[in-house]
Design a protein. Structure first.
Lengths: 308, 308
């Protein structure tokens, strides 16, 4: 049997058919056109499913289920996208609509949760029962797997891990709170921290970069710029302080790091591991998880949705 | 059938027999004598079990299981107290030793986890699948219930919720980290905050208290002392900021507050609820849990251990 995964994004709808090993056997993508009514977007999602089935040479009868990974707050139990600002969706019963069209079970979860699940079925966390995936991007996304399943709590509203505190009454966050982890540990935050360092140190290579991006900070450090390296060192502390909270609260077997910054690999993972070991409860005798980079990248959305 | 619960403390071993409604039908208590070898303490635990069975008029054959709530880090899977500093126990296989003597299954968990479980079977959280109990005392203790069961993570080392950050590099914590929630939100922290306020405001009633205890702060506020009230207001923010982190990460249906301070009831619970509603992800549309006081007090240890 096969499964269908739909990665619903603000820009594109990516659909895939996966086999029993969670390998994507066919892939199809169409623009979301998120400004349109939800019904039209969902009709296009269905059309994309039909297109990908043709590409895969698989009939819907050979598919046991369909899954959707959506941005925003998704109520998995009811199969409803409760609130997705970048889709303009509020209380959209997407599962029921696709289930009616295709006649197979349709499941839904937040895209960050799907990415975490994908890593456990086909990525860096295969065989791991309890793990957390943290994705560093515009914000800090989180997905929690407990007993091999997505854990999202009441109304699937949990795992907003970027909105745990790092500093009470600290930097203002888009969520309305102050001092959330993501205001220090997102890629956006790294750029803000680097811009401040560049302004404070006009002599640095960092200050001479054409545009300060996350990558530019690492490139300046590569060229021996101490200011850029200090920004990275402090950023690793911010990320790892949040990891330490996850260790002390959830004691997962593994913490995976996703997002573009995770491609920096050991240069950021090694200091993060050291910080966690020195700061978690019990320090080196504590429940130190494996900390490494996520493996699946862009495919995680489809694979995780299919695995729902 | 009955169950036996053992609440192993640094001072006393409290043993109870509970019926199928988790009511304690008999109770027996002996001093722990924690300075002795673990074998002697465990022999006394066994003797206390025999004594309480006599009191209850129940034979061991009528008991389906025995549970132990222990301080420190307990590996529930192996039935071993891994590290309990105030017992001086390290890697003590207490379950195997009692199981050999009594021939019924013996289970083990941390006392904070047992207290949380007790509230779900017989206290303020009956019927609640996902909840967190926070106990304010010398430290801030935590117990997490997910899907009706204790969640403690790898090597049962999780749920050290008092050691999540409130302020990166803030007040030093006994765990070695700086800025842990418990350095701001424990009863110990309240007293420290009140002492500082008293020193800063020698004209306040608080400064005239014979001894500044947690209760003295509330009593001074009762008499209209604005300094004491300001300490309480800020303390509620500290506690509620941690609650907000729990909402954003775990989205529990309920957060219960335990420990002596919880007896202050609505005067602290109401401002905490308001803070959570104004600060959690999604604010008033977020996954606001029920927030109220725990119900079981000292009996929680025995009931929770019996429910393991």
């Amino acid at each position: 049997m096969y499964r269908i995964g739909i990665d619903l994004g603000g820009t594109n709808i990516a659909v895939g058919v996966v086999n029993e090993n969670y390998e994507i056997v066919a892939h199809h993508s169409v623009p979301t056109g998120a400004s349109r009514p939800a019904e039209e977007v969902i009709r296009d999602m269905g059309d994309a499913v039909e297109a990908v089935l043709v590409k895969a040479g698989v009939s819907i009868d050979q598919c046991e289920s369909m899954g959707i990974g959506s941005p925003g707050n998704c109520d998995s139990e009811r199969g409803v996208v409760a609130r997705a600002y970048n889709l303009g969706w509020f209380d959209v019963p997407v599962c029921a609509m696709l289930q009616e069209r295709f006649g197979i079970p349709v499941r839904l979860s937040n895209d960050a949760n799907c990415a975490a699940l994908a890593e456990t079925v086909a990525g860096a966390a295969v065989g791991c029962e309890n793990m957390v995936l943290i994705t560093l991007g515009t914000g800090v996304g989180g997905g929690i797997i407990i007993d091999g399943k997505i854990y999202a709590g009441m109304r699937s509203a949990g795992a907003e891990l970027g909105h745990m505190l790092l500093v009470l009454d600290g930097e203002p966050c888009t969520c309305g709170r102050k001092g959330c982890w993501e205001t220090y540990a997102s890629a956006t935050a790294l750029i803000r921290q680097a811009k401040k360092a560049a302004a404070d140190h006009p002599e640095s290579l960092l200050a001479q970069a054409e545009e300060i991006t996350g990558l530019a900070v690492f490139q300046a450090a590569d060229k021996g710029d101490a200011v850029a390296q200090a920004v990275i060192d402090q950023y690793c502390v911010y990320v790892a302080a949040g990891f330490t909270d996850l260790v002390n609260s959830l004691a997962p077997e593994m913490i995976l790091l996703g997002g573009g910054i995770s491609r920096q690999g050991e240069r950021i993972l090694a200091p993060m591991r050291e910080y966690v070991m020195n700061n978690c409860f019990g320090q080196k005798d504590g429940a130190i998880p494996v900390i490494k980079a996520a493996a699946l990248g862009n495919e995680a959305g489809i694979i995780g949705a299919a695995a729902l």
